[in-house]
Design a protein around this ligand. Structure first.
Ligand code: ADP
Ligand code: MG
Length: 243
């Protein structure tokens, strides 16, 4: 039997702005149930890579595959809403005029009872069920982040893209939320691509780290291996302020 293809695979993605490649032949594979971290300093092209996978920005070269099927190259393009991708960003971007329940059920289809059951299940899982009829402005940053996670997971995405989702939270909360988020993501069996500029976050959460610099992936592997055998002096320096 053929081994299962990666849930997400990108091949040689390139994005240029004004002649300059800010994403320069990036290739990656993410397996279901795994967290891959795209780790690198600010401005190295992480968010641009994620936006191309989400389908809200077009690549200049390269292909994107989901479960072995081409979803986007330079001529063919599955629209963002049909990519079964969940998104989570630093600004929680809950709809302020919708209740917690309405926020989580926003992307759901089907009968009302089934939608309600899924909303309750997810709010239970993120520990927010008591706020089900509350509104975003009544919640703390950490609580909003949990609702945003429930909302992103509600339609059972095959892929979760997370762009620095924890950087707006204070240190005290952050480790707890990272751990809880990881546990919930593992239960959902999505493939997770997590973008961060913080080595300690990547070390804590990733099954695999792709170290990015100036638009390119310079090293890729298990966190332990990357930490113990950095590819060059710049990588050593980048990891040295880990706490
Ligand atoms: P990161 O997420 O790693 O901080 P980004 O992907 O946001 O990096 O940006 C990578 C580089 O591309 C930066 O130099 C940024 O200024 C540039 N860039 C991003 N989007 C645009 C755009 N729409 N037009 C021009 N330059 C852009
Ligand atoms: Mg970014």
């Amino acid at each position: 039997m053929e081994p299962a293809p990666p849930r997400l695979e990108i091949r040689n993605l390139v994005r240029r702005f004004g002649g300059q490649a800010v994403v320069d032949h990036v290739s990656l594979r993410v397996m279901p149930g795994q967290v891959t971290c795209l780790l690198g300093p600010s401005g190295c092209g992480k968010s641009t890579t994620l936006r191309m996978i989400a389908g809200v920005e077009m690549q200049d070269e390269g292909e994107i595959y989901v479960d072995g099927q081409l979803i986007c190259d330079t001529v063919f393009r599955v629209p963002p809403e049909r990519r079964a991708i969940g998104l989570m960003f630093q600004d929680f971007a809950l709809f302020p005029h919708l209740s917690v329940a309405e926020n989580v059920s926003f992307g759901l289809k089907g009968p009302k009872e089934a939608r309600r059951a899924r909303v309750e299940e997810l709010l239970e899982r993120v520990g927010m069920v008591r706020f089900i009829d509350g509104y975003p402005h009544e919640l703390s940053g950490g609580e909003q982040q949990r609702v945003a996670l429930a909302r992103a997971l509600a339609p059972r995405p095959r892929i979760m893209l997370m762009d620095e989702p924890f950087s707006g939270l204070d240190n005290r909360l952050r480790d707890d939320i990272r751990d809880q988020t990881l546990e919930i993501l593992k239960q959902e069996d999505a493939a997770v691509l997590l973008v961060t500029h913080e080595p300690d976050e990547a070390m804590r959460m990733a099954d695999e780290i792709a170290l990015m610099r100036a638009g390119r992936i310079v090293q890729q592997g298990a966190p332990y291996n990357i930490y113990n055998a950095p590819v060059d002096r710049q990588a050593v320096a980048f990891f040295s302020d880990i706490n």
